[in-house]
Design a protein around this ligand. Structure first.
Ligand SMILES: [Zn+2]
Length: 327
């Protein structure tokens, strides 16, 4: 009986591909504030090791897109390679398809071809209209092996704001509220401090990472929230107050036209429910504190098409993140 061992080699290769793609994602995430409105991208260059043991390989270069207008991940990764003679046998891993158009920098697909690597592994296709498969096509036409879709879901998730903006033509929408253990968001209709120091910091981190923040006019008139970043480092989001005369789809279109890729909705209850009813949400962040009040505004009703994404405890408070079931 002969045993086909080729499938085991394939599994091993895939495992390595995933390992290096994970490193790309790790690097890419460093661009969360600087890369905007560009996507976060990481790249890793791996070459067979000069060591004698067969199968050994080593990372010879890596980089990520640090700041919009500056070098893309691939440019920074190639710039970090000390011995370019290793590139002819190397594989470059990139979390997002290399660009094929002249933006603020020349196309990375051309750079990859010029550098002459042996293989290219791409996490996911770029949904941006000027790329959308063209980068991959160009590299393949030059005779370089290209593999697409390694850790695809993770790569898309990292750039969920960018993907939603370019595919749905609206910002990525995060509905966020804090409630008591018995489901109220205020105390006798007056403001109530539900968040603790840790979750307050988390909220301000979120503000620094998203483009805009919205509240309803009732919340704005009653609480006069500053909606800026104080307990974290980063830029303030653009502030939007929802008034009765702005239907939501039109507002979404305005935000799209203004290049707003992500939006936090911080209430109140009516505002959240109008977003839920219109199906205009991607993520719900619900904080629950172990306190109760006897009366006040009821917290929004969670929609039925949700799936639990994450649940963490911060002191005595719990933050639960839900995403849409279809995602
Ligand atoms: Zn590029």
């Amino acid at each position: 009986m002969t045993i086909d061992i080729s499938k085991y080699f394939l599994t091993f290769a895939n495992m390595n591909d995933e390992k290096y793609m994970r490193r790309c994602l790790q690097l890419a995430a460093n661009g969360i504030q600087g890369a905007r409105p560009n996507p976060m991208v990481g790249a890793v260059i791996v070459a067979p090791s000069l060591m004698e043991r067969a199968g050994d390989e080593a990372i010879i270069g890596e980089g990520y897109h640090v700041r919009c207008g500056e070098g893309h991940a691939e440019v920074n990764a190639f710039a970090s390679v000390k011995d370019e003679s290793l590139l002819k046998d190397a594989t470059i891993y990139v979390s997002l398809e290399p660009c094929a158009h002249y933006g603020k920098t020349p196309p990375c697909a051309d750079l990859i071809i010029k550098k002459g690597v042996k293989r290219v592994v791409v996490g996911c296709i770029d949904p941006f209209a000027e790329v959308k498969g063209r980068g991959i096509e160009r590299i393949r036409k030059a005779g370089i092996e290209v593999e697409v879709g390694v850790l695809e879901k993770e790569c898309q998730w990292l750039n969920r704001r960018f993907f939603t903006y370019h595919s749905k033509h609206r910002p990525y929408i995060i509905l966020k509220w804090a409630q008591t253990a018995n489901g109220f968001i205020d105390d006798h209709f007056k403001q109530l401090m539900i968040s603790n120091e840790q979750t307050q910091m988390l909220s301000h981190q979120l503000r620094a990472e998203e483009d805009a923040i919205l509240v309803g006019h009732t919340t704005f008139d009653r609480d006069h929230p500053s909606l800026n970043v104080r307990h974290w480092h980063g830029p303030d989001p653009k502030r939007i107050v929802l008034t009765h005369d702005r239907p939501l789809p039109q507002l979404m279109d305005d935000l799209y036209q203004h290049g707003i890729q992500s939006l936090i909705v911080e209430g109140g209850c009516q505002t959240h429910e109008s977003f839920i009813q219109a199906g205009l949400w991607d993520e719900i962040r619900m904080e629950v504190a172990p306190i109760t009040v006897s009366d006040g505004t009821r917290a929004p009703q969670l929609p039925s098409d949700i799936t639990l994404f994450d649940k963490k405890e911060y002191g005595e408070n719990t933050v639960t993140i839900f995403s849409k079931k279809s995602q």
